[in-house]
Design a binder for this molecule. Structure first.
Ligand code: PEP
Ligand code: CO
Length: 414
């Protein structure tokens, strides 16, 4: 801990946390007004914490129970959250969706299910290209409503730092709505809606890191941050930041991840081999899920008690005949089955599923009677989400009976 600094705000901050801002970082926007971005960072630093350290520790303890095979996890929500959805009615619908899906998984898993929303902070999006051509005009890509707007105009695509403050306020409203529903702090841990998002936008996340009061640091913007597939470089800012935090953390891994990369990520993010600390979220795509088992075995050999969670969405995005970004339910369900088999055979813990899904009446993924078409039913801000009928079909696929952590269940449920 540093003793004091001229600005006062950093008095108990680990200098390593601020050092993160000087490390190489992928996927960061170029703000149109850098001085305003600095002022917004300072304003975020002065905001009260949205999440208390006790909550983060409670979630880690629950995830340790997932590692022990006592519980499993459903993590679901929008690909890109809209701050306009931070209303009591919209939040209640999202909580209800988590309940319905979690209830279905509970039957297949034969154990209680933790409900985790991709919400109260899931605003920033990594993109495969920094620019795109729209009707012959080159525009910066949409990076989530915390950075810019989706409309294909120069002014909408300008990266506006004030959006970070608006999104932080919206995240606070979502938390208040959860609390009003009895799903916030103080609720039964198995009834709570735990919050998670991709810790992508460093100008937002770093100012919201705070001392724990016991010598460590934690991220106050969410219970459970994850690192995306595009920002998991071992020497990069995102990995180094999450390595310093007391929150439980997760990291996506794609189909080209090597055994040595996984080993390195585990060493950085879970150096003390703490059950519940690290979750790896493969998103291989149904065609390549066969590559998962050797990675699970490698992590086992390295002695990290990681949780394996299946993201069957991000490896299965395709374009339909009209060029619309869709995902097929059939591929998603096939990946879930391939995941379960790979993790079980590799001797890992099948922790649960990570879905992009919405309780609204949408038609963005294909299957279960839905054919996605451009129009009012296709309104995601980024990737196509499952509607309730489709998400129910995926949740019903969650069958955890063969988890090595529960031999009694294995015998009953081969
Ligand atoms: C996401 O979860 O929305 C996402 C971008 O995932 P990934 O990093 O796995 O592509
Ligand atoms: Co997505």
């Amino acid at each position: 801990m540093t003793q004091s600094s001229p600005r006062g705000l950093h008095t108990t901050r680990d200098p390593e946390i601020d050092h993160v801002m000087r490390l190489p970082a992928e996927q960061q926007p170029k703000w149109h007004d850098p001085a305003r971005a600095a002022a917004v960072r300072a304003a975020l630093e002065a905001e009260p914490a949205q999440v208390a350290v006790g909550e983060v520790r409670e979630l880690t303890a629950l995830l340790a129970r997932v590692a022990a095979g006592e519980l499993c996890v459903l993590q679901a929500g929008d690909c890109a959250e809209d701050p306009a959805d931070a209303t009591p009615a919209a939040v209640a619908l999202k909580a209800e969706m988590l309940d319905v899906l979690g209830g279905i998984m509970r039957v297949g898993a034969d154990r209680p299910v933790l409900r985790v929303g991709r919400l109260a902070g899931q605003f920033a999006k990594p993109r495969s290209q920094p620019y795109e051509a729209v009707d012959g005009v080159r525009l910066p890509v949409f990076r989530g409503l915390i950075v810019n707007g989706p409309e294909a105009t120069r002014s909408a695509r300008r990266a506006d730092p004030d959006r970070m403050l608006a999104c932080h306020t919206a995240a606070g409203r979502t938390r208040s709505a959860l609390e009003e529903l009895g799903r916030g702090p103080g609720a039964d841990p198995l009834k709570r809606v735990w919050t998670s998002h991709e810790a992508l936008l460093l100008d937002y996340e770093v100012p919201l890191v705070r001392p724990t009061g016991t010598g460590g640091h934690y991220l106050t913007s969410t219970h459970w941050p994850w690192i995306g597939e595009r920002t998991r470089q071992p020497a990069g800012a995102h990995v180094r930041l999450l390595a310093r935090l007391e929150n439980p953390v997760a990291c996506k891994v794609g189909p080209d991840t090597t055994a040595s990369q996984v080993r390195e990520l585990c060493a950085l993010l879970d150096p003390h081999r703490v059950p519940g600390r690290l979750t790896l979220i493969p998103r291989f795509g149904t065609a390549r899920i066969g590559r998962l088992q050797p990675l699970v075995e490698e992590v086992g050999r390295a002695g990290h008690p990681v949780l394996w969670m299946c993201d069957p969405m991000h490896g299965n995005t395709v374009k339909d005949a009209c060029g619309l970004k869709i995902r097929r339910l059939e591929d998603i369900m096939t990946e879930v089955r391939g995941f379960l088999s790979a993790v079980r055979r590799g001797g890992g813990v099948c922790a649960g599923v990570h879905l992009e899904a919405s309780p609204q009446n949408i038609a963005e993924c294909a299957g279960a009677g839905t054919v996605p078409v451009r129009g009012p039913g296709y309104r995601t801000l980024c990737d196509p989400r499952l509607n309730m009928r489709q998400a129910v079909a995926v949740a019903a696929h969650w069958q955890q009976g063969l988890s090595p952590a529960r031999p009694a269940v294995r015998a009953a449920n081969p």
